[in-house]
Ligand binder design. Structure first.
Ligand SMILES: Cc1cc2nc3c(=O)[nH]c(=O)nc-3n(C[C@H](O)[C@H](O)[C@H](O)COP(=O)(O)OP(=O)(O)OC[C@H]3O[C@@H](n4cnc5c(N)ncnc54)[C@H](O)[C@@H]3O)c2cc1C
Ligand SMILES: NC(=O)c1ccc[n+]([C@@H]2O[C@H](COP(=O)([O-])OP(=O)(O)OC[C@H]3O[C@@H](n4cnc5c(N)ncnc54)[C@H](OP(=O)(O)O)[C@@H]3O)[C@@H](O)[C@H]2O)c1
Length: 439
């Protein structure tokens, strides 16, 4: 079996295959990156070390007999969907959601208007992102969106470099964070506190930052009476407590705002301000503008309004829902019929929502479909290894990844920082092992 993508969905799929298959099964987990774990490595915030430790569980799956990690192999560049169907009894696509959703407002492409996907990749040391990509050389920053990614981004901007020293943030990124000139951070929701997507535990952390005062305008913290679910009640309680706080003169100030939608990012050569319109809900529950505007002077706008999946070559894609069309993980063609041997799991299957654990049950569902369809394998299939060798594709095998991990631990020791410091760029990663292997 081939699993494309080694994030939580891919690895939980591999685990479910080892558990649900009727007999021994060989599973290759392929990833375009030389490193496994997807957003667990390049998404989960560096200061959330206990969440990051889920990698220890995922590691055990990759070390299960019959499971192989093949890094540095990109679907669409190094292998095609047809190659995979030739070499394996089934393919499960788990490539996640790698790009940002657009706001669709003027000024969105100005320098200084940054997608959260890029900013997260930057502080997480993603090899596609240069460590010099951003500098926080502006006094005020706006973060659009009130989901958990926005909360992560705000926290990283609000924290001081010494607070992040023990994390795996790449050293050059930490140095840029250390020179940050940001004093004012605005986090902006287009609806009310009762509609915000963040979870209370993550929200509370923002109120406990030693270096930042949290400020909420009292009128924006008001919510209508109602029987809200527990998480919403808890969020509202936190926000209303913040609205009563008196700023203590800490170095940074975090303004948490509601009922404001971005209408224009203003600037000539780069971002100079963000224009917002006050909102309310109409009788259908849609967000509408009131015609009342407010302009925030900011030098950077971080757009954290959700991720989205991209189509994979020769794999069906629903361009409206931005997912691979499927029924219980079976990929469907344009007539709605399942394509033999082709499956999907994770964010690519259901969209960019849900925590890491959500992908476990999701992957298990896909694997139930797969095992029901394909009870036994065909031993006569050609091997992907031979194909990759013929094409000269340098594959990063699991042992190579362990060498990268060891080098990151050694770097952390040499810098007297925490357990690991991320290496910057593919070259530095490939330099940690003698040569990429042909498996
Ligand atoms: C910024 C951020 C922070 C988060 N923090 C948390 C958190 O703290 N706690 C929590 O529970 N959840 C968190 N989540 C949610 C969690 O990360 C997701 O639920 C989960 O990662 C989705 O898993 P996935 O495997 O579908 O996608 P991903 O984790 O994105 O994995 C996809 C993998 O596919 C690979 N890939 C992509 N294209 C190709 C290709 N063409 N060929 C080969 N490989 C390819 C990628 O390199 C990647 O490794 C966070 C999400 C984000 C965006
Ligand atoms: N610690 C954690 O557990 C953790 C950390 C990070 C991420 N995650 C998970 O990862 C998933 C993705 O998180 P996310 O924050 O990217 O997405 P999200 O939870 O969907 O939040 C997106 C935010 O963007 C807003 N938004 C969307 N379009 C907008 C627009 N045009 N203008 C203004 N605001 C707009 C949304 O507001 P509306 O509601 O009004 O649309 C919402 O506040 C979530 O399931 C999240 O819980 C978890």
């Amino acid at each position: 079996m081939a699993v494309v993508g080694s994030g939580p969905a891919g690895i939980y799929t591999a685990e479910a295959l080892t558990k649900q298959a009727f007999g021994p099964v060989e599973i290759d987990v392929i990833d375009r990156l030389p490193t496994p774990y997807g957003l667990v490595r390049y998404g989960v915030a560096p200061d959330h070390t206990s969440i990051k430790s889920i990698a220890n569980y995922l590691k055990r799956v990759l070390e299960t007999p019959g499971v192989r990690f093949l890094g540095g192999v990109e679907l669409g560049t190094d292998v095609s969907a047809a190659d995979l169907l030739t070499c394996y009894d089934a393919v499960v696509y788990c490539t996640g959601a790698m790009v940002d959703r657009k706001l669709g407002i003027p000024g969105e492409d100005l320098p200084g208007s940054v997608a959260a996907t890029d900013f997260v990749n930057w502080y997480c040391g993603h090899p596609d992102m240069s460590p010099e990509a951003f500098s926080l050389d502006v006094p005020a920053v706006a973060v659009i969106g009130v989901g958990n990614v926005a909360v992560d981004v705000v926290r990283i901007v609000a924290k001081t470099a010494p607070e992040l020293r023990e994390t795996d943030v790449p050293e050059p990124v930490l140095q840029i964070l250390d020179k940050s000139e940001v004093r004012e951070i605005h986090m902006i929701g287009r609806r009310g506190p009762e509609h915000a997507k963040f979870t209370t535990k993550e929200l509370r952390e923002l109120g406990d930052l030693p270096g930042a005062d949290v400020v909420v305008p009292a009128d924006e913290a008001v919510v209508p009476e109602g029987d809200y679910p527990r998480q919403i009640k808890n969020n509202v309680t936190v926000i209303q407590e913040w609205a009563e706080r008196v700023p203590e003169g800490r170095p940074r100030r975090l303004n948490v705002r509601f009922w404001l939608r971005p209408v224009e990012i203003i600037g000539t050569d780069r971002v100079e301000a963000l224009r917002l319109e006050r909102t309310h809900l109409d009788e259908t529950g849609s967000v509408v503008g009131t015609g009342e505007y407010e302009t925030l002077p900011v030098g950077m706008v971080l757009r954290s309004v959700g991720y989205q999946s991209v189509p994979l070559p020769d794999v069906p894609f629903d361009n409206r829902a931005k997912v691979v069309p499927n029924r219980a993980g079976r990929v469907l063609d344009e007539t709605g019929q399942p394509i033999p041997g082709t499956y999907v799991a994770g964010w690519l299957k259901r969209g960019p929502t849900g925590v890491i654990g959500t992908n476990k049950s999701d992957a298990a569902e896909t694997v139930r479909s797969l095992v029901a369809d394909i009870p036994g394998g065909d031993p006569g299939k050609p091997r992907l290894d031979d194909l990759l060798k013929q094409r000269g594709t340098a594959v990063v095998v699991y042992e190579n990844w362990l060498a990268i991990e060891a080098a990151e631990a050694a770097l952390a020791r040499s810098l007297a920082r925490g357990e690991r410091v991320k290496l910057v760029g593919r070259e530095a990663m490939y330099a940690t092992f003698t040569k990429p292997a042909h498996p």
